[in-house]
Unconditional design. Structure first.
Length: 180
C-alpha cells in the first residue's frame, strides 16, 4: 500500500510537471507569434553619378551642385550630394530637403594646394511623401569671373509620363530603391 501511494504520487508529479512544461512551451510560442518583425522602409530614388572631372583650384574657385524640383507642389525629396577624390574617398558630403520653389544648392570650395584636382560627384535623390519627384540637377565649376556647366541631368520633355532622367555623359542617372 505504501508503495502504491508513492507510485501514484510520482505519476501525479510527472503529469503535473508535463502539464507545466506544455504550458510554458505554448506560452512562449504564442508570444513569439505575436512578435512583429519590422521591415526597413524602402523609398524610390534617382542616383546621378559623374566620372572623374578635373577642376582648377584657387581661392575663389568652387564645385557646385544645384538640384531643382519640377514636380507637383507637394513633392518633397531628400538630396544627398557627395564628392569623391581620385582614390574614391568621400571628401565632402551634404544632405538637405528639396521642394518645388526651394532648390538645394551645395558649394565645395576648391582652396587646395594643388593646381587642379580630379573629383567625381554622386547625387542621391529620394522621396518619402509618395509624390513623384522630378529633379533637375546641374553640376558646375565656378570662380569669381565665370562658371562652366559640367553635367546637367533633367527629366524628359513630357512631364506627365516621366520614366527616366536624361543625363548625357559624363553623367549617369539610374532609378534605385533607397533604404533608410
Amino acid at each position: 500500500m505504501w508503495t502504491r501511494k508513492i507510485a501514484r504520487s510520482a505519476t501525479r508529479h510527472r503529469i503535473a510537471m508535463g502539464g507545466i512544461l506544455i504550458w510554458m512551451l505554448t506560452a512562449s510560442s504564442s508570444a513569439a507569434q505575436t512578435t512583429v518583425l519590422t521591415s526597413v522602409p524602402v523609398y524610390p530614388g534617382v542616383l546621378i553619378q559623374t566620372g572623374l572631372l578635373t577642376y582648377a583650384t584657387g581661392t575663389y574657385r568652387a564645385a557646385e551642385v544645384t538640384v531643382t524640383e519640377l514636380g507637383s507642389a507637394g513633392a518633397m525629396s531628400t538630396v544627398r550630394v557627395t564628392f569623391y577624390d581620385e582614390t574614391d574617398r568621400a571628401i565632402f558630403k551634404e544632405e538637405g530637403t528639396l521642394q518645388r520653389g526651394q532648390p538645394f544648392h551645395v558649394v565645395l570650395p576648391l582652396r587646395m594646394p594643388e593646381r587642379s584636382v580630379r573629383l567625381r560627384a554622386s547625387v542621391l535623390i529620394f522621396e518619402k511623401a509618395g509624390k513623384k519627384t522630378v529633379p533637375v540637377t546641374v553640376l558646375e565649376s565656378g570662380d569669381i569671373d565665370s562658371f562652366t556647366i559640367l553635367v546637367a541631368c533633367a527629366p524628359p520633355e513630357e512631364k506627365e509620363d516621366i520614366e527616366g532622367i536624361s543625363c548625357p555623359p559624363p553623367g549617369i542617372a539610374t532609378h534605385i530603391a533607397v533604404q533608410e
